[in-house]
Design a binder for this molecule. Sequence first.
Ligand code: GLY
Length: 389
Amino acid sequence: MILGLSKSEQEFVESTVKAIDDKMSWVADKNRDKIPYTTIDGTYDNRSMDTEDVNDPMGLSCWTNGFWPGMMWQLFNQTKDRKYSGYAKDAEVKLAKTFDLYLGLHHDVGFMFLSSAVIDYKLTCNEKSRIRALHAANLLAGRFNLNGRFIRAWNDSPDKDTRGLAIIDCMMNIALLYWASNETKDPRYKQIAMAHADTVLKNFIRDDDSVKHIVEFNCETGEYIKSYGGQGYIHGSSWTRGQAWAVYGFTVSYEQTHEKRYLDAAKRVANYFINNIPDSGIIPIDFRQPEELSLEDSSAAMIAASGFIEIMKNVPVCEKAFYLNAALKLLKTIVSSRTDWSKNQDNIILNSSASYNELTHQYAIIYADYFFIEAIFKLDGSDAKIWGN
Ligand code: GLY
């Protein structure tokens, strides 16, 4: 258990860990042959279809496909039950096939391989995992635009030129580059990660400490062109999951470099996020969405909670309670009102939303469960260190 929790907070963590372990034991067995993203009638779907169509959302290249093995590694680390490492390794072998597909891979190789191959290597010294992780890191490094000093987001589609696009989410992916430099002792990966982080610091954080989702640069000269609303409400709005990625990602950059500017950035965005948490503790999809549309995104809440705990580890004692209390508020709200512990649903967390301007909102999304489990296990002191220290 981490320091600083009151007796009742410790009891909350203990009972939630037990509830997670009880539910995930049967969920893992039931879905062992899949790589899920969401549920259909309560049962996890499967995004590991072996397809040549790299854009097929049900295919292996789906950017969220690291979260299932990531959950299995968190559970393995916490319980030491080898069934979880076995399920995680099975998923990783499937994911490795995406290197052959290649075209479906983009900036999100960080999400895909940090929570599968990197953590497998860290926990079991699997040499094959190390090679997979280095392949992924080289793919990510290869997306660096030298003049713009950013990592390119996405791949081109017939109707979209993405060569100049960078996105806030990628602050999480660059953890793979820090890992690769630590592993190989070659500073190039870390240099790229820091160059990207500095570009985001300069161009994404607004004066009010909220962050933009997408920024376009001239792909030849690197000049700033404009920003886009992306998965948030509209241009100029404040997509909550994007704010959460910035909080967590800048904290990881600080942990890997000890450059204070990154922790300062993480704190600025975190303080903005915390100041905007509604009294209910329920996180909207966008902090600037119309009030009458109370659309929620529990995944943003869980990523932010885990990010706040990460900040807490890195700030002086006098600041720790602020970030810990914010994380606890989000986690307690979710546990009391947005979880399903029954056998009717494979997911635990309710009411996540991928994007404001989609037709469907408030459903199960795997990364909400992943970051919920990670955050609770961090408080318990039993988490696997997938992104940071
Ligand atoms: N692509 C990351 C996200 O949807 O949050």
